[in-house]
Every structure is written in structure tokens, then in C-alpha cells.
Design a protein around this ligand. Structure first.
Ligand SMILES: *Cc1c(COP(=O)(O)O)cnc(C)c1O
Length: 426
């Protein structure tokens, strides 16, 4: 038994499923989790001293790689001053100014502790601002684990939300309307049915929680137009895309301006941080300025702010880093495409900037239904092979691969070689 296997045996006794977040479980690839003990740049090591090239990067935050010296120094420096005061601090003002300076649609921002919290609070804000209750979300988009958002597809787009999880009362999801990604008609139908009841449309501008699924031309613009027409707010959940596609995220990349934006992951550089922000008149409904209550004992924690500011400052001052990152990732994913094509394998490679996924299906993947046609057993076989050979991939088909600024060309070549070796055996 490896040390990871022994730890997992112990973990399942004390932690539900042995993990503190389900995506860390290896159940969907029929294996058990590697227990990680340290990381540096793009390498991670497990308790058995096996080394891996990391393509998860903590699910996004590590865009500069692990242990970037600027982030590390900022954390150590701030940790020396005490970990939390529960009082206003200068560093929170710095963070808010920095975010507003990087993203033009954001005039005010509130810090929270996770992406889940950011989305939950943004929705409450949208409802408070519009005085409406209903929201539209897309099947296959993930917005954290708050009650009202744990809804995938009803059987038809007109059905009211059905909870996806035990423990979520039907009442909590009755105002959640499901629509289909890349399908504006499915959104328009809801607006036509209840034109004055929809507070917001929330969307991942690039869906990255059903594998990577790109918005088709006109989709995001269409959402913008529908929201404006019906007086609803457009919320971009940029927990993954924010500060990743480019410094101003997906909204900059696609040139579509949302009313509210949510952040997580990269904004904390590996510390537990989330944020939501938008136009001043909207954000001013948030307590104690306005009547929408939202609070947090550890929100804006100084050590977490220090980490986030260090990372964002580097990203802000180096637009060239994004150019290099996106070119490098583009070449990488295009090479995979080429490799599959040469072998006559009909799999799909969806990618944009430093995010991408291989779907084990012969169908073009543009929404949840087409993503679901993937052969998850084939993914499991591929994924286990790669992990056994030192490439740390998400242990599930419906996740993205994250390329960081720290990935070296050699490491990407080595990864391609291993993929080639794997696909050659097929
Ligand atoms: C990860 C994620 C969340 C939830 O963030 P947590 O920090 O895990 O609560 C919300 N939205 C999107 C798009 C995400 O990828």
C-alpha cells in the first residue's frame, strides 16, 4: 500500500469520502487520491515522493505557478503582523482599488471568502437592486454550492428548477430557471414568460465546469441585450475566467460588459478569497450602505489580501505574460488536436487562452448535453495513465486543464510525448 492509499483509508474514517471537496476524490476514475505534500512552480509531490507536472493548479489560482516569490514574501510579511483583526485595514482599500483599476465594469467591490459566497451575494444584490426574485442559470454551469444554484437541467427549459442535491428544499430552487448554454432562445423564452420577474442571468462566460465549453459568437452579446431589454442584471461568474483569459477577464476578452462580476480562485492566489463587484449604483445596495445584508468575520483578511494583491499586481503590470501564456497554451492544445487527428481518434479538444479540455466523444461539445456524450470510462483510462506517469490531471472528465505562466516548454513537450504514447496504444 502506498502512503497515499494508507492516508486515504484513514481519511475516509474521519472525513466524508476522505476529502474536503468532492472534486478531489478519484472515484470517477476508479482510483484513490494522491495526497500532496508540497508544490513548487508547476511541480507537485505526493506523500510517496512521486513528482507530478501539475495541470490543476489548485483549480485555477496558481496562474503564476506555486510559490511565486512575490506572493510568498507578501504572505510572510503580513502574517507577522497578526492574522486577523476583524477591523478595517489599508490593504483592503488597496485590493479594492486594484480590482477596480483592472476591470472597467467594476466601480465598487466587496471581498468574501470563496467563489460560492461571491455568487450567493451577487445574486442577493441583484435581487435587492431589481426587487425581483427569479434568476436564470445555465445547465452545466457551476456557481458554487449555495442552495438556489444547485440546479442542473429540468426535463425541459420551461420547468422550474429541481434541486440537484439532497438537503435543498424545493422552495429554495423554485426561482431558479434553467436555460441551455449557447442557446439564446432558451433564455428568451423565460423572459417572454415572466418579463418582469427575472432579477438576473448568471453565466460562466467560458463554461469551465462541464469541461471547457466556449461561448459561440453572439451568445454573450445576446445575453447582454436580453438583460438590458427586460431590466435584468447580467452577472458574469468569472471565478475561473477572471484574471485568467487576460487581466480584465472574459468581459475584456469578449468585449461584453456585465452588471455584476464574481471572482474567486486567482484573486486569492491560493488563499480563500472571493469577491463580487460592479457598478456603483448597484453595489450601493449592499449593507451597511444599503439594505442587502452580507457580512463576513474573515472577509478581506489581511494575509489573504496580501497574497491576492501580490499576484494581481504582477498580472496587471505584465500584459506580455498573458500573450506568452495564451500562445504557449494554444500551441499545446492545438498539438493535442493534431495528434488525435493523425491517429484517427474522433475526440474533441475545446480550448481558449490557458484553459482546455479533451472530450472523449465524436460530437462537437457546445453545451451540457453534448458534453455528456463523453465516454467517461475512456477518460478514466487516459487520466490514470497520465497520473501514473507523473502528469497530474483533473480526476474527472468534466473539468478543465489549467496551464500556468510557470509551465516550461519542456514540461509541455514531455506531457505531449506521454499523451502520444498513450494514444498510440489505442
Ligand atoms: C470554483 C467555482 C465557484 C465556487 O468557488 P469556491 O471558491 O469553490 O466556492 C463558483 N463559480 C465558478 C465558475 C467556479 O469555477
Amino acid at each position: 500500500m502506498t502512503k497515499s492509499e494508507a492516508l486515504f483509508k484513514e481519511a475516509v474514517t474521519y472525513i466524508p469520502g476522505g476529502v474536503n471537496s468532492p472534486v478531489r476524490a478519484f472515484g470517477s476514475i476508479g482510483s484513490t487520491p494522491r495526497f500532496i505534500k508540497k508544490a513548487d512552480m508547476v511541480l507537485i509531490w505526493d506523500e510517496d515522493d512521486q513528482e507530478y507536472i501539475d495541470f490543476i493548479g489548485s483549480w485555477g489560482p496558481m496562474i503564476l505557478g506555486h510559490n511565486h516569490p512575490a506572493v510568498f514574501d507578501a504572505v510572510v510579511d503580513y502574517a507577522k503582523r497578526g492574522l486577523s483583526y476583524g477591523a478595517a485595514t489599508k490593504i483592503e482599500v488597496e485590493m479594492a482599488k486594484l480590482v477596480c483599476s483592472m476591470v472597467p465594469s467594476i466601480e465598487m467591490v466587496r471581498m468574501v471568502n470563496s467563489g460560492t459566497e461571491a455568487v450567493m451575494s451577487a445574486i442577493r444584490t441583484a435581487r435587492g437592486y431589481t426587487r425581483r426574485d427569479k434568476i436564470i442559470k445555465f445547465t452545466g454551469c457551476y456557481h458554487g454550492h449555495s442552495d438556489g444554484l444547485l440546479v442542473k437541467a429540468g426535463s425541459g427549459v420551461m420547468t422550474a428548477g429541481v434541486p440537484d442535491s439532497l438537503g435543498v428544499p424545493a422552495g429554495c430552487t423554485q426561482d431558479t430557471l434553467s436555460a441551455e448554454y449557447n442557446n439564446l432562445d432558451s433564455v428568451r423564452m423565460h423572459f417572454q414568460r415572466c418579463p418582469e420577474e427575472i432579477a438576473a442571468v448568471i453565466v460562466e462566460p467560458v463554461a469551465a465546469n462541464m469541461g471547457t465549453v466556449l461561448p459561440e459568437d453572439g451568445f454573450l452579446q445576446g445575453l447582454r441585450e436580453l438583460c438590458t431589454k427586460y431590466g435584468a442584471l447580467l452577472i458574469f461568474d468569472e471565478v475561473i475566467t477572471g484574471f485568467r483569459l487576460q487581466a480584465d477577464g472574459a468581459q475584456g476578452y469578449f468585449g461584453v460588459t456585465p452588471d455584476l462580476t464574481t471572482y474567486g480562485k486567482i484573486i486569492g492566489a491560493g488563499m480563500p478569497v472571493g469577491a463580487y463587484g460592479g457598478r456603483r449604483e448597484i453595489m450601493e445596495v449592499v449593507s451597511p450602505c444599503g439594505g442587502v445584508y452580507q457580512a463576513g468575520t474573515l472577509s478581506g483578511n489581511p494575509v489573504a489580501m496580501a497574497a491576492g494583491i501580490a499576484q494581481l499586481s504582477i498580472l496587471k503590470s505584465h500584459p506580455d505574460y498573458y500573450v506568452k501564456l495564451n500562445q504557449k497554451a494554444d500551441r499545446f492544445f492545438e498539438s493535442i488536436k493534431e495528434m488525435l487527428k493523425e491517429r484517427g481518434l474522433p475526440y474533441q479538444v475545446n480550448h481558449i487562452a490557458s484553459l482546455g479540455s479533451i472530450f472523449f466523444t465524436d460530437q462537437k461539445v457546445r453545451d451540457y448535453d453534448s458534453a455528456k456524450t463523453s465516454d467517461t470510462k475512456a477518460y478514466a483510462d487516459y487520466c490514470n495513465y497520465m497520473i501514473q506517469h507523473g502528469i497530474y490531471l483533473a480526476p474527472a472528465q468534466f473539468e478543465a486543464m489549467f496551464i500556468s505562466m510557470a509551465h516550461l516548454p519542456d514540461q509541455l513537450c514531455h506531457t505531449l510525448d506521454l499523451m502520444q504514447a498513450y494514444f498510440e496504444r489505442k
